[in-house]
Design a protein around this ligand. Structure first.
Ligand SMILES: Cc1cc2nc3c(=O)[nH]c(=O)nc-3n(C[C@H](O)[C@H](O)[C@H](O)COP(=O)(O)OP(=O)(O)OC[C@H]3O[C@@H](n4cnc5c(N)ncnc54)[C@H](O)[C@@H]3O)c2cc1C
Length: 622
C-alpha cells in the first residue's frame, strides 16, 4: 500500500478535489495537473530530501563563531525545490504562484515532510513568513520581501519567543524605536521609508528556527517587538506588540539585496534532541555587532498596524500549526512504513495454534502476531487519520478563499476550531505511533541502525513548539468552543451529524455512526459542565484531557468519513483490484472506534466533574 494510493483515495474518492476546478481560481487545473504535482513532489522528495535525512541528523549545524555550517546537501535540496516552483504552488499567479488548491498543495508537502522533516522546516517557515507579508504587508513590502520568498530565493523566520517569554508572548521585551539616523544619511524620514515605517530593534530572540545560515540570497526575519511611548514605557500585554520585517542583509527600496549586514547577530545554536536538519538559533537584535549607519539597532520595517503584531503573526502561526500537524503525521507515517516493512521480514516465534507447539516448525514473520498487528493498526489509524485531518483543514482553507459566502463563513469557523486539533492531535499520537514503530523493531528499533529512533526524536518537538500541548488545550476549551456563543462547535456538530446520518445507511457502519453520535453528545455535555460554574480555573483545570477527547472525537468523525468513502468505492466496483486497500481503510476505522474512541470517557470524566486533583495540589506536595 503506497502513500500515493492513500493520497489519491483521499483527494479524489473522499474530498473529490477535481470539483475545485469548477471554481474560477483553479480553472486552469485538472486531475492531470494535480497528478503531475504529486509525481513531481514524490520524485523530488525521494531524490533530494530522503537520502540525506540521516546525514542532517548526524551532521548537525555548527557555528564556528563567524559562520553557520550546514551540510551542502541541504542547500542542494533547497535549490532543487526552488527550481520546481512549488514554493508558491497555492499562491496567486500575480505573485508567481500556480493557484493550486491548498488541499493539493498540502498533499504535495506531505512527501517532503516524510522524506526529511528537518530539511522541510525551512520550506514551512518560508512559506508562512511570505504569506504573512502577503496578508498584512503593503504592496511594496510584498514586492520586495514576499515575492523573492515565493520564488525560493530568500528564506524567512518567525521571531516570537524570547528566553523569558515562550508561552506568554505578552511578556516579550524586544523594543523598537523610530530610526531617526536615516535623514543624516540621505534616507527618507523614518515614517516615510518606502519599505514601511523604519525602526531600530533591540532584544534577544530564542529558539529561532532557520535564524542564521547562508542559503539563498537573504533571510527575512518577522519579529515581534514593543514600541515604547514618549516616556520610554511599553504597553503591557499583547496590545503593545507590533510586527517588523527585519532583513539579515539590508535591502534597497527597489528590492536590491545589498551586502550590508543588518544588526542581527547569532549568539549561539541550540543543540536539539531531534529535528537537527533545521538550524535553531539564539539571535541578538541590535547589540551593535553590525552597526548600521554607525549605530547599533537592527533596522526593521513595521508591517500592519502598530499594536496589531500578534494578530498579524497569527496568520503565520495558524498556518504553521496545521503544518506542524502534517509534519508530525508524516514522521509517524515514515515510522509506520519502516516498521511495516520490518514486520513482514522478521521471522520470530510460532503460531499460538497446535502447529506452533512444534519447536522444529518454521518461525513466522512477526506481522502474523496479533500484538504486532495491533501496533501496526494503531500506526495506520493514527497516521492516515492525521493525514486526512491535515487535508480536510486545507480544504477548509480553500472553502474560506473560494467557496460560496455561506461555506466561506462556516469554513472560517471550523478552521479556527480545528486548528488546535490539527496541531496537537498528530503531535501527541503520531509521536506515540513512532514509539510503536520502535517497539515493532524490538531491540533493533532502539539502535541507530534503523531510522525509527530518529523519527521519534524529530517528532518529540511537535508537542512543544507552535504553542505547547497545554496551551492548545487552553485555546480549545478556553476560547474556541465558547467563542460567538459556541457557534463554531455548533457548525462542527452539524457537519459530524451529516456524516452520522450518511454512515447509518452504509453496510457495517451503523454501530460506529451511533457511537460517534454519543461521543458528540458527551463533548457537548462536558463543555457545558466544565463551564457550568463560570470559573475559568475550574473549567480549564483539565483542558488537556478535553483536548485529547475532542481530538479523538474529531478523528472518529474523519475515520467514519473515510470508511463511507471506502465503502462507496467498493460498492461502485470501480477498482476491484483495490479490495485489500479498501479493506485496510475499513479495518483502521474499526480499530479507531473499538480501541481509541472509548478512551474519551476517562478524559471527559475529569473535565465534567471539574476534577481539581492536579489543580489544587500544592507545589510542596511534589
Ligand atoms: C526546536 C524548537 C524550535 C522553535 N522554533 C521557534 C521559532 O522558529 N520561532 C519562535 O518564535 N519560537 C520557536 N520555538 C519556541 C517555542 O514556540 C517555545 O518553546 C514554546 O512556545 C514554549 O515556550 P517555552 O519553551 O519558553 O516553554 P514555557 O512557556 O516555559 O512552558 C513550559 C511548560 O509550562 C507550560 N505552561 C506555560 N505557561 C502555561 C500556562 N499559562 N498554563 C498552563 N501551562 C503552561 C507549557 O505548556 C510547558 O509544558 C521553538 C522551540 C523549539 C524547542
Amino acid at each position: 500500500m503506497s502513500l500515493r494510493q492513500t493520497i489519491d483515495f483521499m483527494l479524489y474518492d473522499w474530498l473529490r478535489v477535481e470539483q475545485l476546478c469548477d471554481r474560477p481560481r483553479h480553472a486552469e487545473h485538472s486531475r492531470e495537473t494535480f497528478d503531475a504535482v504529486m509525481d513531481l513532489s514524490q520524485k523530488l522528495a525521494d531524490e533530494q530530501f530522503a537520502p540525506y535525512n540521516r546525514l542532517v541528523d548526524v551532521q548537525e549545524p555548527e557555528f564556528d563563531g563567524e559562520r553557520v555550517h550546514l551540510p551542502v546537501e541541504t542547500a542542494n535540496a533547497m535549490n532543487a525545490f526552488r527550481d520546481s516552483g512549488l514554493m508558491a504552488a497555492a499562491m496567486d499567479a500575480e505573485v508567481g504562484g500556480m493557484q493550486l488548491p491548498t488541499v493539493v498543495d498540502m498533499a504535495s508537502r506531505s512527501y517532503f515532510c516524510k522524506a526529511s522533516i528537518g530539511m522541510s522546516g525551512y520550506l514551512m517557515l518560508n512559506r508562512g513568513n511570505a504569506n504573512t507579508i502577503l496578508s498584512h504587508g503593503t504592496p511594496k513590502q510584498i514586492e520586495v520581501f514576499a515575492k523573492p520568498a515565493f520564488e525560493g530565493r530568500t528564506f524567512g523566520t518567525m521571531c516570537l519567543s524570547e528566553p523569558q517569554a515562550g508561552s506568554s508572548l505578552s511578556d516579550i521585551a524586544t523594543k523598537a524605536v523610530p530610526d531617526v539616523t536615516g535623514s543624516d544619511h540621505g534616507l527618507p524620514a523614518w515614517q516615510e521609508d518606502p519599505l514601511g515605517p523604519r525602526f531600530r530593534l533591540t532584544g534577544n530572540k530564542m529558539w529561532i528556527s532557520g535564524g542564521e545560515h547562508e542559503m539563498g540570497e537573504n533571510i527575512v526575519h518577522l519579529v515581534l517587538a514593543k514600541i515604547p511611548d514618549e516616556t520610554g514605557k511599553t504597553i503591557a500585554g499583547v496590545k503593545g506588540i507590533s510586527l517588523f520585517i527585519v532583513p539579515r542583509k539590508l535591502v534597497e527600496a527597489d528590492g536590491r539585496i545589498t551586502d550590508v549586514r543588518n544588526d542581527v547577530s547569532l549568539a549561539g545554536l541550540n543543540h536539539k534532541c531531534g529535528f537537527r536538519g533545521t538550524v535553531n538559533t539564539l539571535l541578538n537584535f541590535g547589540e551593535g555587532r553590525f552597526k548600521v549607519r554607525g549605530q547599533a539597532g537592527a533596522v526593521g520595517y513595521l508591517i500592519g498596524q502598530q499594536g496589531q503584531g500578534l494578530k498579524a503573526m497569527f496568520t503565520l502561526m495558524n498556518e504553521a500549526r496545521i503544518g506542524v500537524g502534517l509534519g508530525a503525521t508524516m514522521l509517524g507515517y515514515a515510522g509506520f512504513e519502516t516498521s511495516l516493512d520490518y514486520a513482514k521480514q522478521r521471522p520470530q516465534g510460532r503460531p499460538m495454534t497446535a502447529v506452533g507447539k512444534d519447536a522444529a516448525s518454521p518461525q513466522i514473520a512477526i506481522i502474523e502476531h496479533a500484538d504486532v498487528k495491533r501496533m501496526l493498526m494503531a500506526q495506520k489509524a493514527i497516521t492516515e487519520g492525521g493525514l486526512a485531518l491535515a487535508l480536510i483543514c486545507a480544504s477548509l482553507v480553500d472553502d474560506e478563499q473560494t467557496g460560496t459566502p455561506e461555506t466561506q463563513a462556516n469554513a472560517s469557523l471550523l478552521l479556527e476550531l480545528l486548528t488546535p486539533i490539527a496541531k496537537s492531535w498528530p503531535s501527541e499520537w503520531a509521536l506515540e505511533a513512532n514509539s510503536l514503530a520502535i517497539q515493532v523493531l524490538g531491540g533493533y528499533g532502539y539502535t541507530r541502525d534503523f531510522p525509527v529512533e530518529q523519527y521519534w526524536r524529530d517528532n518529540r518537538l511537535n508537542m512543544i513548539h507552535e504553542g505547547t500541548h497545554g496551551i492548545q488545550g487552553l485555546d480549545l476549551l478556553g476560547r474556541k468552543v465558547v467563542m460567538n456563543g459556541g457557534q463554531a462547535l455548533a457548525v462542527l456538530g452539524a457537519r459530524i451529524t451529516q456524516t452520522i446520518e450518511k454512515a447509518a445507511q452504509v453496510e457495517g457502519l451503523a454501530a460506529h455512526a451511533q457511537a460517534l453520535g454519543k461521543a458528540l453528545n458527551k463533548i457537548a455535555q462536558s463543555t457545558q459542565a466544565a463551564w457550568s460554574t463560570g470559573k475559568p480555573d475550574e473549567a480549564l483545570a483539565n483542558a488537556t484531557p478535553y483536548l485529547q477527547a475532542f481530538g479523538h472525537t474529531v478523528l472518529a468523525w474523519i475515520w467514519l468519513e473515510l470508511a463511507v468513502a471506502a465503502q462507496g468505492v467498493k460498492v461502485g466496483g470501480k477498482r476491484a483490484s483495490d479490495e485489500a486497500f479498501l479493506q485496510g481503510k475499513l479495518a483502521a476505522c474499526d480499530y479507531f472506534f473499538n480501541f481509541e474512541l472509548p478512551r474519551i470517557d476517562a478524559w471527559l470524566g475529569v473535565v465534567s466533574r471539574r476534577d481539581m486533583t492536579c489543580a489544587q495540589a500544592q507545589a510542596d506536595w511534589f
